[in-house]
Design a protein around this ligand. Structure first.
Ligand code: MF3
Ligand code: CO
Length: 256
């Protein structure tokens, strides 16, 4: 069942989303050569605790996810586990995917950061993954269907010759991190659930420079591109208000 949020609940989503945005802004500053991915996780955890929130990723799934955020480097698409042994190097890209809970509601957002100087092909991949997100967001309008978003994301990414990951999708969100509906990054316009006021969901293109195929890592979490080429991710939580889509996890000048 797709949940419909009241105006009161949408305010709670805004608060959790703002916390998520603040964390990503701090992580962008911290993602420099020489820093471990565990350090990024520590920063996120500290901000969440100070705000009186929680990190729903901790203990999630099976095997239980052992950290507050996912840190996915280079060919890792999503769900990279932070480690004190994994040091970021000049030329890497690192996706930080943050879920923060505040007062019972959640924000979920991801950014792929450039670590120092990054080669142009990879920079373009990161930039165009964000562009694919915004093409999808344009279709997040009351009365449209989820498939309209999916189709727009796919058309943009494949237009650049990239591979659209299919094994993972965007999702509804609210009191839980993953709710109905799924929001795939590929599909046909005019299909899927109708978008209504009060819906909350994440749009999150996961885009490979090469082929779309992915593999699951030995740790049971990290998902990497099968061809080993770089991959990017861009995600925001969206609430549907009567005025259209509102990104709770995006603030221009902060983490936009
Ligand atoms: N944003 C990620 C997702 O939707 C969060 C994963 S946290 C984890 O899949 F607990 F699954 F690791
Ligand atoms: Co998500």
């Amino acid at each position: 069942m797709i949940e419909i949020l009241s105006d009161y609940e949408m305010d709670k989503m805004r608060a959790a989303g703002k916390l998520t945005a603040v964390i990503l802004s701090e992580l962008r500053k911290a993602a420099k050569p020489g820093v471990s991915t565990k350090h990024l996780d520590d920063i996120a955890m500290q901000i969440i605790k100070e705000a009186g929130g929680s990190a729903p990723c901790v203990g999630y799934g099976n095997p239980p996810f052992p950290a507050a955020i996912c840190t996915s480097v280079n060919d890792v698409v999503v769900h990279g586990i932070p480690s004190k042994h994994q040091i970021l190097r000049e030329g890497d890209i690192v996706t930080c995917d943050v879920v923060a809970e505040l007062d019972g509601y959640m924000g979920d957002a991801a950014r792929t950061f450039l670590v120092g100087e990054v080669d142009e092909r990879t920079r373009l991949l990161v930039e165009r993954t964000k562009e694919a997100f915004f093409k999808g967001l344009e279709k997040a309008q009351i009365g449209n269907r989820i498939g309209d978003i999916s189709h727009a994301v796919q058309e943009c990414a494949e237009g650049y010759g990239y591979g659209v990951v299919r094994e993972l999708t965007g999702h509804g969100i609210g009191r839980e991190m993953h709710q109905e509906p799924d929001v795939p990054n590929y599909g046909k316009a005019g299909r899927g659930p109708r978008i209504q006021k009060g819906m909350a969901f994440c749009i999150e293109p996961m885009i490979n420079m090469g082929r779309r195929n992915v593999l699951l890592g030995d740790d049971g979490w990290a998902v990497c591109s099968a061809d080993g080429l770089p991959t990017a991710h861009y995600e925001n939580t969206i609430i549907m208000t009567e005025n259209g889509p509102e990104m709770t996890t995006y603030e221009e000048g902060l983490n936009g």
